[in-house]
Design a protein around this ligand. Structure first.
Ligand code: GLN
Length: 244
Protein backbone atom coordinates (compact mmCIF):
# COMPACT_ATOMS: atom_id res chain seq x y z
CA UNK A 1 0.00 0.00 0.00
CA UNK A 2 1.18 3.53 -0.71
CA UNK A 3 1.40 5.88 2.28
CA UNK A 4 -1.38 8.05 0.86
CA UNK A 5 -3.74 5.08 1.21
CA UNK A 6 -2.87 4.44 4.87
CA UNK A 7 -4.70 5.57 8.01
CA UNK A 8 -4.22 5.41 11.78
CA UNK A 9 -6.69 6.23 14.54
CA UNK A 10 -5.50 8.02 17.67
CA UNK A 11 -7.41 8.27 20.96
CA UNK A 12 -6.27 11.12 23.19
CA UNK A 13 -7.18 10.12 26.74
CA UNK A 14 -8.45 12.90 29.03
CA UNK A 15 -6.55 15.89 27.59
CA UNK A 16 -8.76 18.33 29.52
CA UNK A 17 -7.25 16.93 32.72
CA UNK A 18 -3.84 15.52 31.73
CA UNK A 19 -2.03 17.87 29.37
CA UNK A 20 0.65 19.39 31.54
CA UNK A 21 3.73 20.99 29.98
CA UNK A 22 2.28 20.89 26.47
CA UNK A 23 2.03 17.15 26.11
CA UNK A 24 -0.48 17.91 23.33
CA UNK A 25 2.65 18.55 21.25
CA UNK A 26 3.00 14.78 20.95
CA UNK A 27 -0.36 14.54 19.18
CA UNK A 28 0.61 17.42 16.88
CA UNK A 29 3.91 15.72 16.00
CA UNK A 30 2.27 12.35 15.28
CA UNK A 31 -0.49 13.95 13.21
CA UNK A 32 1.84 16.19 11.18
CA UNK A 33 4.36 13.39 10.51
CA UNK A 34 1.50 11.30 9.14
CA UNK A 35 -0.10 14.12 7.13
CA UNK A 36 3.24 15.15 5.59
CA UNK A 37 3.34 11.63 4.12
CA UNK A 38 -0.31 11.61 3.06
CA UNK A 39 -1.31 9.20 5.84
CA UNK A 40 -4.79 9.92 7.23
CA UNK A 41 -5.19 10.41 10.97
CA UNK A 42 -8.51 9.90 12.75
CA UNK A 43 -8.26 11.75 16.07
CA UNK A 44 -10.68 11.21 18.99
CA UNK A 45 -10.58 13.18 22.23
CA UNK A 46 -11.78 10.96 25.09
CA UNK A 47 -13.16 12.80 28.11
CA UNK A 48 -14.62 11.70 31.46
CA UNK A 49 -17.80 9.70 30.80
CA UNK A 50 -16.95 8.91 27.17
CA UNK A 51 -16.90 5.36 25.88
CA UNK A 52 -13.57 4.22 24.39
CA UNK A 53 -13.65 2.36 21.07
CA UNK A 54 -10.91 0.50 19.18
CA UNK A 55 -7.99 2.67 18.14
CA UNK A 56 -4.51 1.97 16.79
CA UNK A 57 -2.85 4.46 19.16
CA UNK A 58 -3.75 5.67 22.67
CA UNK A 59 -2.05 8.76 24.15
CA UNK A 60 -2.25 10.16 27.69
CA UNK A 61 -0.31 13.13 29.04
CA UNK A 62 0.85 14.22 32.46
CA UNK A 63 -0.81 16.22 35.19
CA UNK A 64 -1.00 17.22 38.82
CA UNK A 65 -1.98 14.70 41.48
CA UNK A 66 -5.57 16.03 41.69
CA UNK A 67 -6.24 15.57 37.99
CA UNK A 68 -4.56 12.17 38.17
CA UNK A 69 -7.06 11.13 40.84
CA UNK A 70 -10.03 11.99 38.63
CA UNK A 71 -8.54 10.26 35.60
CA UNK A 72 -7.43 7.17 37.56
CA UNK A 73 -11.01 6.34 38.56
CA UNK A 74 -12.27 6.76 34.99
CA UNK A 75 -9.35 4.97 33.35
CA UNK A 76 -9.75 1.99 35.71
CA UNK A 77 -13.31 1.52 34.45
CA UNK A 78 -11.81 0.83 31.00
CA UNK A 79 -9.04 -1.48 32.26
CA UNK A 80 -10.29 -4.71 30.68
CA UNK A 81 -10.91 -3.11 27.29
CA UNK A 82 -7.54 -1.33 27.22
CA UNK A 83 -5.77 -4.52 28.31
CA UNK A 84 -7.36 -6.35 25.37
CA UNK A 85 -6.26 -3.49 23.09
CA UNK A 86 -2.70 -3.85 24.40
CA UNK A 87 -2.79 -7.58 23.74
CA UNK A 88 -4.07 -6.89 20.20
CA UNK A 89 -0.94 -4.82 19.55
CA UNK A 90 -2.31 -1.30 19.98
CA UNK A 91 0.30 1.37 20.69
CA UNK A 92 0.10 3.28 23.97
CA UNK A 93 2.19 6.30 24.96
CA UNK A 94 1.86 7.66 28.49
CA UNK A 95 3.75 10.71 29.74
CA UNK A 96 4.58 11.16 33.44
CA UNK A 97 1.26 11.12 35.35
CA UNK A 98 -0.34 9.19 32.48
CA UNK A 99 2.62 6.80 32.48
CA UNK A 100 2.18 6.23 36.20
CA UNK A 101 -1.43 5.17 35.63
CA UNK A 102 -0.29 2.54 33.10
CA UNK A 103 1.29 0.71 36.05
CA UNK A 104 -0.38 -1.08 38.98
CA UNK A 105 -0.72 1.98 41.20
CA UNK A 106 0.52 5.46 42.14
CA UNK A 107 0.85 5.94 45.92
CA UNK A 108 0.83 9.68 46.73
CA UNK A 109 2.31 10.75 50.07
CA UNK A 110 -0.74 11.57 52.06
CA UNK A 111 -3.63 10.14 50.06
CA UNK A 112 -5.10 6.78 49.14
CA UNK A 113 -3.38 4.74 46.46
CA UNK A 114 -4.50 5.49 42.90
CA UNK A 115 -5.13 2.21 41.08
CA UNK A 116 -3.55 1.98 37.63
CA UNK A 117 -4.61 -0.28 34.76
CA UNK A 118 -1.54 -2.57 34.85
CA UNK A 119 -0.67 -2.34 31.16
CA UNK A 120 2.90 -2.19 32.49
CA UNK A 121 4.30 -4.32 35.31
CA UNK A 122 5.36 -1.28 37.29
CA UNK A 123 4.35 0.76 40.34
CA UNK A 124 4.96 4.31 41.54
CA UNK A 125 5.38 5.78 45.00
CA UNK A 126 5.66 9.46 45.90
CA UNK A 127 9.22 10.61 46.52
CA UNK A 128 10.43 13.31 48.89
CA UNK A 129 12.28 15.21 46.17
CA UNK A 130 10.87 16.70 42.97
CA UNK A 131 12.92 15.84 39.91
CA UNK A 132 12.97 18.84 37.57
CA UNK A 133 15.30 19.33 34.61
CA UNK A 134 16.62 18.17 31.27
CA UNK A 135 16.97 14.47 30.58
CA UNK A 136 19.09 12.56 28.08
CA UNK A 137 18.37 8.84 27.72
CA UNK A 138 20.68 6.36 26.02
CA UNK A 139 18.59 3.85 24.03
CA UNK A 140 19.54 0.83 21.94
CA UNK A 141 16.55 0.41 19.61
CA UNK A 142 16.66 3.54 17.42
CA UNK A 143 19.07 5.81 15.58
CA UNK A 144 19.95 8.37 16.94
CA UNK A 145 20.48 6.22 20.04
CA UNK A 146 19.20 8.95 22.39
CA UNK A 147 15.93 10.45 23.58
CA UNK A 148 15.80 13.96 25.06
CA UNK A 149 13.18 15.79 27.11
CA UNK A 150 12.30 17.51 30.37
CA UNK A 151 11.20 15.90 33.63
CA UNK A 152 9.06 17.32 36.43
CA UNK A 153 7.82 14.64 38.84
CA UNK A 154 8.10 13.47 42.42
CA UNK A 155 6.80 9.99 41.71
CA UNK A 156 9.34 7.15 41.76
CA UNK A 157 8.54 4.38 39.29
CA UNK A 158 9.92 0.85 39.61
CA UNK A 159 9.72 -1.74 36.83
CA UNK A 160 9.12 -5.46 37.32
CA UNK A 161 8.81 -8.68 35.33
CA UNK A 162 8.92 -8.36 31.51
CA UNK A 163 8.48 -4.59 31.56
CA UNK A 164 11.75 -3.14 30.33
CA UNK A 165 13.06 0.45 30.47
CA UNK A 166 13.25 2.60 27.32
CA UNK A 167 16.88 3.20 28.18
CA UNK A 168 19.33 4.48 30.75
CA UNK A 169 19.65 8.06 31.90
CA UNK A 170 22.85 9.87 30.91
CA UNK A 171 21.53 13.21 32.21
CA UNK A 172 18.70 13.58 34.72
CA UNK A 173 16.87 11.17 37.04
CA UNK A 174 14.41 9.16 34.98
CA UNK A 175 12.13 6.60 36.63
CA UNK A 176 13.36 6.95 40.20
CA UNK A 177 16.80 8.57 40.38
CA UNK A 178 18.24 5.30 41.73
CA UNK A 179 18.47 2.54 39.09
CA UNK A 180 19.39 4.79 36.12
CA UNK A 181 16.37 3.60 34.13
CA UNK A 182 14.01 5.88 32.24
CA UNK A 183 10.62 4.99 30.89
CA UNK A 184 9.13 1.59 30.25
CA UNK A 185 7.95 -0.72 27.51
CA UNK A 186 5.87 -3.89 27.47
CA UNK A 187 4.49 -5.10 24.11
CA UNK A 188 3.59 -1.79 22.38
CA UNK A 189 2.90 0.08 25.60
CA UNK A 190 5.41 2.88 26.22
CA UNK A 191 5.72 5.16 29.22
CA UNK A 192 8.16 7.94 29.89
CA UNK A 193 8.79 10.90 32.19
CA UNK A 194 9.92 13.00 29.24
CA UNK A 195 7.84 16.11 28.74
CA UNK A 196 9.06 18.70 26.31
CA UNK A 197 6.99 17.75 24.49
CA UNK A 198 8.72 14.51 23.69
CA UNK A 199 8.00 13.61 20.06
CA UNK A 200 8.72 16.88 18.20
CA UNK A 201 12.37 16.69 19.33
CA UNK A 202 12.60 12.91 18.99
CA UNK A 203 11.30 12.39 15.41
CA UNK A 204 12.88 8.93 15.18
CA UNK A 205 10.76 7.78 18.14
CA UNK A 206 7.62 9.41 16.64
CA UNK A 207 8.10 7.51 13.37
CA UNK A 208 8.79 4.27 15.24
CA UNK A 209 5.47 4.59 17.07
CA UNK A 210 3.60 5.41 13.84
CA UNK A 211 5.09 2.32 12.18
CA UNK A 212 3.92 0.17 15.11
CA UNK A 213 0.42 1.68 14.89
CA UNK A 214 0.29 0.92 11.14
CA UNK A 215 1.42 -2.65 11.84
CA UNK A 216 -1.37 -3.01 14.40
CA UNK A 217 -3.96 -1.76 11.88
CA UNK A 218 -2.80 -3.57 8.75
CA UNK A 219 -0.90 -6.56 10.13
CA UNK A 220 2.22 -5.77 8.06
CA UNK A 221 5.52 -4.17 9.02
CA UNK A 222 6.02 -0.67 7.56
CA UNK A 223 9.10 1.51 7.04
CA UNK A 224 7.99 5.11 6.65
CA UNK A 225 9.44 7.29 3.88
CA UNK A 226 12.04 9.76 5.24
CA UNK A 227 11.11 13.38 6.01
CA UNK A 228 13.49 16.32 6.11
CA UNK A 229 14.22 16.25 9.87
CA UNK A 230 17.16 18.65 9.78
CA UNK A 231 15.48 21.12 12.18
CA UNK A 232 14.13 18.42 14.49
CA UNK A 233 17.47 16.63 14.70
CA UNK A 234 19.37 19.90 15.15
CA UNK A 235 17.09 20.57 18.14
CA UNK A 236 17.52 16.99 19.39
CA UNK A 237 21.31 17.10 19.11
CA UNK A 238 21.49 20.50 20.82
CA UNK A 239 19.84 18.90 23.88
CA UNK A 240 21.84 15.66 24.06
CA UNK A 241 24.01 15.79 27.18
CA UNK A 242 22.62 19.22 28.13
CA UNK A 243 22.02 19.52 31.87
CA UNK A 244 20.99 23.19 32.06
N1 GLN B 1 1.83 13.98 39.91
C1 GLN B 1 2.88 13.10 39.38
C2 GLN B 1 4.25 13.34 40.02
O1 GLN B 1 4.52 14.44 40.48
C3 GLN B 1 2.99 13.34 37.88
C4 GLN B 1 3.44 14.74 37.53
C5 GLN B 1 3.42 15.00 36.02
O2 GLN B 1 2.62 14.44 35.28
N2 GLN B 1 4.32 15.92 35.58
O3 GLN B 1 5.07 12.42 40.00
Amino acid sequence: MEEKDLKISIAHLYPKLLNLYGDMGNIIALTKRCEWRGITVEYDEINIGDDIKDHDFYFIGGGQDKQQEDVAIELYSHKDFLTSQRDDGAVFLGICGGYQLFGHYYQPFDKDKLLGISLLDAYTVAGKKRFIGNVTVDIDFLNPNTLVGFENHSGLTYLQGDTRPLGSVAIGNGNNGEDKTEGARFKNVFGTYLHGSLLPKNPHFADYLIELALEKRYGDKFKLSPLNDDLELMTHNSLVGKKY
